[in-house]
Design a binder for this molecule. Structure first.
Ligand code: SF4
Ligand code: SF4
Length: 166
């Protein structure tokens, strides 16, 4: 928790608690919300009640069996603290607040939680924000071993160059 409090970047031991269920075929939400703050849009956004909280300041709890992988919570979280992953396909869904919004097929730099470049990725889908309180969600394909490291993207200006490299 020390690093989180100092820098806003979650400590490794907090992240390592997440386990993707063996044999699961659907994407699964990853909630990286570790501070007890009065906030709960993730609970209301979930169509299957997969996210619950004991009270408004408690940490959200995910029931993987109820998660259908719709990414609504990713878009609804004002703290940009929810992601979605499908490790078997190397897919990571993440909130994206920067402009220009990337397009499907764009090559991008995939960054970790501290903004370091992890690898190159390819944008597979873009879900535009439906209202002012929502955030655009971008789905990026990266090498599967990096789905729990990649948490943001940065555009690559020379798309033609990168297409040749990928
Ligand atoms: S991805 Fe969809 S189903 Fe899963 S927790 Fe988020 S809102 Fe609920
Ligand atoms: S909406 Fe986001 S910041 Fe708020 S409780 Fe849920 S996960 Fe945490």
């Amino acid at each position: 928790m020390q690093q989180l409090l100092k820098t806003g970047v979650p400590d490794k031991e907090l992240i390592q608690k997440f386990v993707f269920p063996e044999g699961r075929k659907r994407p699964l939400a990853v909630i990286e919300c570790f501070q007890e703050i009065p906030c709960d849009p993730c609970v209301g956004a979930c169509p299957t009640n997969a996210i619950t909280m004991e009270n408004i300041s408690a940490l959200p709890v995910l029931d993987p069996e109820k998660c259908i992988g719709c990414a609504r919570c990713v878009s609804a979280c004002p703290g940009l603290a929810i992601f979605m992953v499908l490790p078997s396909k190397g897919l990571v869904w993440m909130p994206h607040e920067f402009t220009p919004i990337p397009k499907r097929g764009d090559a991008v730099l995939a960054l970790d939680r501290e903004g370091n470049v992890v690898c190159q990725g390819k944008v597979r889908a873009v879900m535009n924000a439906k209202n002012k309180r929502a955030t655009t969600v971008v789905c990026v394909e990266v090498p599967p071993e990096f789905v729990m490291d990649v948490r943001a993207i940065w555009p690559i200006e020379d798309q033609e160059f990168v297409k040749q490299e990928l």
